[in-house]
Structure formats: structure tokens, C-alpha cells
Design a protein around this ligand. Structure first.
Ligand code: E4P
Length: 214
């Protein structure tokens, strides 16, 4: 299972990467806005830090404009994956990108049928948003199970990238289901590390170590 970090903050990326937890990075317009920095500058810096797939999102909504953006973003670095929203023009753009060898991450996926279409169009990754589904009282992780079932039945190459992760249980369930990738905010990565018995164990060992003759 691959871990991507879901942020455009280079300090957070470095912190997680130092622990060996970053196989790739996902960004979106909201995450880029939080940095207060120019889009391409941030993406280029992330590509220097991480040698893995880096998702950068197209913000146009028509096929022609999306394709111009996708080609432009792909030129920034060989590891760029262009994020494209799951709309009709987006699927058309994904198809052209696949033919041109540009990797895509189809984003804002909220149903298994949408995911099926993305795979048929030739998406490299599909990003189902589990947290946003949970927010509206739908079990987001159920969607991951449905997509994995469909993709494996037909042997699609599209990888399931679990997005909108909000807590450690989302990561646990993603791993148990065999999702290819989870894109995780730093806060959740840090939550995954913590266990009270680990802290208590360290405390006990440190106390006992003081009793050992030196
Ligand atoms: C990543 O690719 C998505 O854009 C991101 O996970 C969305 O997360 P959110 O629903 O917490 O904004």
C-alpha cells in the first residue's frame, strides 16, 4: 500500500518524508491556496523533495482548456499527475491524456459508477472522497469496497487512491480492503504513530534503566 501525503505545505511534506511515509503527494486548489504561494512554484518545489507521483489539479472545466492545462502541468516534471474532475469533459480529457502518456488522477469521485467510467477512460488513479461522504451520512469506505470489487472483476489498471481521509480508521480500512493508495493529511499520519501503551512502555523502561548499575 502506498502512502501519499495530502498537503501542499512543503514543511509538512519534509516532516513526513523524513519518517519514510511519503510515496507521493496530492494537492488541490484549496490546499495550494493555504500556502499563499504561486501554484507552479509550490508544485515544482514538491517535485524536488519527493521522487514519486505528485498530483496537481487542473482548474478549467472545458475539454480544450483542461487539455491545455494538463499538457502544461505535465511539463513541470516527469512525476506530475494531472488531477481532473469527474465530469464529461474531464473524462474526455483523461482519454486524450492517456493516449499522450500523461498520468491522471480523477478527482471528486462519489460513486462506483463514476469510478467505472474513469477506469474506462484510462485514468491512472481514481480519487473517491470518503470523508466528504461520511459528512453527509453515507459510509465513505463502502464506496472503496465497491470500486475495488469492480476494478478487480475487470482487471482495470486504474489505482484506487482513497482521498478525503479524516482519521486513522479510514487508513486502517483502506489497508484491510487492499486499496492501492491512501492520501493522508500529516495530522492523521501523526495520529497513526501514537499509542498510549507505547508511551507508557517507554516511561517504564526509562524508569527501570535508572536502576541499572552504570
Ligand atoms: C485529495 O486528493 C483530495 O483533494 C483531498 O483528500 C480532499 O480532502 P477534504 O475532503 O478533506 O478536503
Amino acid at each position: 500500500m502506498q502512502f501519499f501525503i495530502d498537503t501542499a505545505n512543503v514543511d509538512e511534506i519534509r516532516q513526513a518524508n523524513d519518517m519514510g511515509l511519503v510515496d507521493g503527494v496530492t494537492t488541490n486548489p484549496s490546499l495550494i491556496a493555504q500556502t499563499g504561494r504561486p501554484f507552479k512554484e509550490v508544485i515544482a518545489e514538491i517535485c524536488e523533495i519527493i521522487d514519486g507521483p505528485i498530483s496537481a489539479e487542473a482548474v478549467s472545466l472545458t475539454y480544450d482548456e483542461m487539455l491545455v492545462e494538463a499538457r502544461d502541468l505535465a511539463k513541470i516534471h516527469k512525476n506530475i499527475v494531472v488531477k481532473i474532475p469527474l465530469v464529461a469533459d474531464g473524462l474526455k480529457c483523461v482519454r486524450t491524456c492517456a493516449a499522450e502518456g500523461i498520468k491522471t488522477n480523477v478527482t471528486l469521485c462519489f460513486s462506483a459508477t463514476q469510478a467505472l467510467l474513469a477506469a474506462k477512460a484510462g485514468a491512472t488513479y481514481i480519487s473517491p472522497f470518503v470523508g466528504r461522504l461520511d459528512d453527509i451520512s453515507f459510509q465513505g469506505m463502502d464506496l472503496i469496497g465497491e470500486i475495488l470489487e469492480i476494478y478487480s472483476a475487470y482487471d482495470f489498471d486504474t489505482q484506487v487512491l482513497v482521498a478525503s481521509i479524516r482519521n486513522p480508521l479510514h487508513v486502517l480500512e483502506s489497508a484491510r480492503m487492499g486499496a492501492h493508495v491512501a492520501t493522508i493529511p500529516l495530522k492523521v499520519m501523526l495520529q497513526l504513530i501514537k499509542h498510549p501503551l507505547t508511551d507508557r512502555g517507554i516511561e517504564g523502561f526509562m524508569k527501570d534503566w535508572e536502576k541499572v548499575p552504570k
